[in-house]
Structure formats: structure tokens, C-alpha cells
Design a protein around this ligand. Structure first.
Ligand code: PGA
Length: 255
């Protein structure tokens, strides 16, 4: 039995046409109807949220945005607010993904504003942190993560409270879309470090309840080993979440 309900989340990034999105949801629902005790989540591109919600029907798959702005409304061309995600029936939002940080220059401070805005609305943030290859090779992994956690979750630190529904995701940048995966032991070390950070900054109850997902080239062949680690509570899957069969196999990691 898992202490925390495992979550398998698919981050579709900027992929799939509407018909493909609907087909993918159909494959996931059909292939996982009998799976119990695993939360399934998809994060489609914004323009597909409506049709994906329709396709989800009552299958219980959670719907997430891939990003949001921290302001409620206003002159922010090209942006979308948390409330808009909720209007599109999202319950979760991915924040601080390394592609947002690297390609779109999102800082920890911006991530923190987004986390704050999402939690104000009751939208559950999936907050991503992770080191680059250079940082890992220089032995700075834990320092980098601590800094990202301290700053990206500053609002919770100031409140001295983090909702236990908050989801953290460890995504080593060098493992995203590269086919390289952290070994289960490497990932476990970092997940354990993150859980200890939660315990130190908040308390042991929060640390026990908060889910920490692993992301970075998760596929059917490596998911079981990763999920067998005590501090890995799920997976945030990019590439392998775009193919129905492989995503279903990942959701069925328990065999
Ligand atoms: P990947 O992406 O599974 O394609 O490596 C993971 C992610 O970016 O969340």
C-alpha cells in the first residue's frame, strides 16, 4: 500500500491536434477503467481544455493547465489567469516547469507569485524544481534545489504553512526529453532531500502527506523501479504521455 495516493500526470506541452487529444483521452479511459488508487492527470494546451474536459466525461481524470499568470485579469497579452483555468474546469496547474524557467525566463520570484495566486483560488499547484547537468556535475544539486524551493514557495514559508494538497515535482533538467533518466537511487536521494526540506520548513505531518513526483524521460520500462522508491509518489510524464498505450502502461505501473 502506498502511504500517499500515487499520481501519474501527463504534460502534453505544445503537442497534439484536437482530434488526437480526444483519441488519447479515450485510450487512457478505456485502458485504465479498472485501475484503482492512482490519480491520473493530463495537462493539455490551453486551446484543448474544453474538448479534453468533454472527452474525460466522468472517468475521473484530473485536468491541469501547463502555466498561468499571477494576476487575476488585465492587459497581459498572451497570458491566461488561474480563474480562467478554473472556468475551463482545471483543478491543477503546473508551475515553474524548467522549459518555462529556461525558455521564457521565469524566475523563482515569478513562480512564487503564481503559486500564491493559484492557492488563493484553490487551484492545486504542481511546482517543478530541478538542476541542470552542469549544476549536478559541479556537486550543487542540493543547493540549487534548496534555493528553488525556498524562493518558489516563499509565500508558504512566510505563512509557515503549505497546503498538503500541494504537489512538488523533481525534474532534473538533464533528464527532460533527453532519454536520460535519473536512476531510481539518484531520484530517491533527491526526493528524500525535498521531503526533509518540507519537514524542516513546515512540519512532519506536511512532509508525510505532500506528494513529490519525478519527471524526466519516464517511460513504461522505468516507471516501476522509480515508483518502488519510498519518496517517489508519482510521475510527471512528457513524451511518453502523448502515446495512449505508453501512458496507459505507465499508469498501470503496478502490473
Ligand atoms: P519527458 O518530459 O518525459 O519528455 O522527459 C517530462 C517533463 O517535461 O515534464
Amino acid at each position: 500500500m502506498f502511504e500517499r495516493t500515487p499520481m501519474i500526470a501527463g504534460n502534453w506541452k505544445m503537442n497534439l491536434r484536437p482530434a488526437e487529444a480526444v483519441k488519447l483521452i479515450e485510450t487512457i479511459s478505456l485502458g485504465t477503467g479498472d485501475v484503482e488508487g492512482v490519480d491520473i492527470l493530463v495537462a493539455p494546451p490551453f486551446t484543448h481544455l474544453g474538448i479534453v474536459r468533454q472527452a474525460i466525461g466522468n472517468s475521473g481524470i484530473f485536468l491541469a493547465g501547463q502555466n498561468m499568470h499571477w494576476e487575476a485579469s488585465g492587459a497581459y497579452t498572451g497570458e491566461i489567469s488561474g480563474r480562467m483555468l478554473q472556468d475551463a474546469t482545471c483543478t491543477h496547474v503546473i508551475l515553474g516547469h524548467s522549459e518555462r524557467r529556461e525558455l521564457f525566463k521565469e524566475t523563482d520570484e515569478m513562480v512564487n507569485l503564481k503559486v500564491k495566486a493559484a492557492s488563493f483560488l484553490g487551484l492545486i499547484p504542481i511546482v517543478c524544481v530541478g538542476e541542470t547537468l552542469a549544476q549536478r556535475e559541479a556537486g550543487h544539486t542540493f543547493d540549487v534545489l534548496k534555493e528553488q524551493l525556498n524562493q518558489s514557495l516563499e509565500n508558504f514559508r512566510l505563512d509557515q504553512r503549505m497546503p498538503t494538497s500541494t504537489i512538488l515535482a523533481y525534474e532534473p533538467v538533464w533528464a527532460i526529453g533527453t532519454g536520460l533518466t535519473a536512476t531510481p537511487d539518484e531520484a530517491q536521494d533527491v526526493h528524500h532531500f525535498i521531503r526533509e526540506w518540507v519537514e524542516t520548513v513546515f512540519n512532519s505531518g506536511t512532509a508525510t502527506q505532500v506528494r513529490i513526483l519525478y519527471g524526466g524521460s519516464v517511460k513504461p520500462g522505468n516507471v516501476s523501479d522509480l515508483m518502488s522508491q519510498p519518496d517517489i509518489d508519482g510521475a510527471l510524464v512528457g513524451g511518453a504521455s502523448l502515446k495512449g498505450d505508453s501512458f496507459v502502461d505507465i499508469i498501470r505501473f503496478q502490473g
